[in-house]
Design a binder for this molecule. Structure first.
Ligand SMILES: [Zn+2]
Length: 369
């Protein structure tokens, strides 16, 4: 069954804020305790995978005797900390991630709780959550009646705002659409993507201006004495700008993916591994910040809920080096060459040429040539 998350701003009372702070703290505490225990077992048995597997994961209940204050917070939140740690270990063992790290006080303030026997309810601008009881929230959109709530994640941002992300599950079997309109997208560092019709998804001007403002604010911060009043003030300013930019980007990615999902029956992209790519090309953070991963996630569910398709083609497909006119593949093409020129006489913008190739490859996979 497909999932969909709804995010709302929470407005806890002072008392609820205290309980939330306690819960964030307990979740971190239990996570670190379990990691500590697990680490000991890992050190002992790391050369014997079978023995390691036999050792059961510690559960939060184990710590409640020694630390009775753990009982004051939502036990489901603690149970999820255990699941998160297990996931972190699974990712580590499969090579997808590094060794699990201890959570610091500076880590994201957040916890997840689940729906069990109707413990979570919504009514008139309030949401009922385990231990917290009714918390005021701004529900700017309805959750459809056929959606079942599975879990809620409560987060406190660095600027002191609270949000709740409500994960729902729903039955939905969209009728597969006949594929007629197909578009190919080539990932672009600066503009998110260039499509096979030559259009670019340009980030809005206000977004680029906000990025410049952030860079300026960060420069000011770096000049302030660490820990001083002025430094704290500037740090909050930077955090607020970060939040604003993240929201603007998300909004833009939602709109861009919505436009494509409504207009086309299938969208073809390259299956890029962004993490690998940013490391390989030393782009560092900027590739992640470009939002491609988030964009393709949005695009996929927006297409699928309409019975449409996101086609991912092999990341090794030479989309940039192939001539979209005659099919000849160049031996090399440097990143600085912005124009694609082929011996056959074809000349095109490098990104558009790539997008056309991606489009063609997608049509091949769809069986429409
Ligand atoms: Zn050619």
């Amino acid at each position: 069954m497909p999932n969909k998350a709804y995010k709302f701003r929470l407005y806890p009372t002072k008392e609820q804020e205290q309980l939330l702070a306690k819960t964030f703290g307990c979740v971190r505490f239990v996570y670190n305790k379990m990691l500590e225990d697990r680490l000991r077992i890992y050190e002992k048995f790391k050369d014997d995978k079978e023995a390691l597997k036999k050792h059961k994961f510690p559960t939060p209940a184990k710590y409640k005797k020694d630390f009775p204050w753990l009982k004051e917070v939502d036990s489901l939140a603690l149970a999820n900390a255990q699941l998160n740690l297990q996931k972190a270990f699974t990712n580590f063992f499969s090579g997808r991630a590094g060794f699990p790290k201890f959570k610091s006080r500076k880590a994201k303030q957040s916890y997840t709780t689940n729906v069990v026997n109707g413990n979570i309810k919504l009514a008139d601008g309030y949401i009922k959550l385990p231990k917290l009881k009714w918390v005021k929230f701004k529900q700017h959109r309805e959750i459809p009646a056929d959606h079942t709530i599975k879990s809620c994640t409560i987060t406190k941002t660095k600027t002191g705002k609270y949000f709740i992300s409500i994960l729902t599950e729903y039955k939905h079997q969209p009728v597969p659409k006949d594929v007629k309109n197909v578009v190919g997208l080539d990932f672009s560092m600066n503009t998110l993507y260039v499509d096979s019709e030559g259009k670019r998804a340009n980030y809005p001007r206000f977004y680029r201006q906000a990025l410049e403002k952030l860079a300026r604010a960060q420069r000011v911060l770096s000049r302030r004495r660490k820990g001083s009043n002025r430094w704290h003030k500037q740090r909050l300013k930077v955090a607020k700008l970060h939040e604003k930019i993240a929201n603007q980007r998300k909004d833009f990615l939602h709109k861009a993916s919505r436009r494509l999902a409504n207009r086309y029956d299938a969208v073809v992209i390259e299956d890029l591994n962004m993490k690998g790519m940013s490391q390989a090309l030393h782009f560092g953070k900027s590739v992640h910040d470009n939002g491609w991963g988030m964009f393709t996630t949005f695009l996929q569910y927006k297409l699928e809920e309409q019975g449409k398709k996101l086609i991912k083609i092999d990341k090794w497909f030479p989309s940039s080096k192939t001539c979209s006119c005659c099919g000849q593949v160049k031996v090399s093409l440097s990143l600085s060459e912005r124009l694609f020129r082929c011996e056959c006489g074809f000349v095109a913008d490098r990104d558009i040429n790539a997008a056309i190739n991606i489009h063609k490859e997608g049509l091949k996979q769809l069986g429409i040539a």
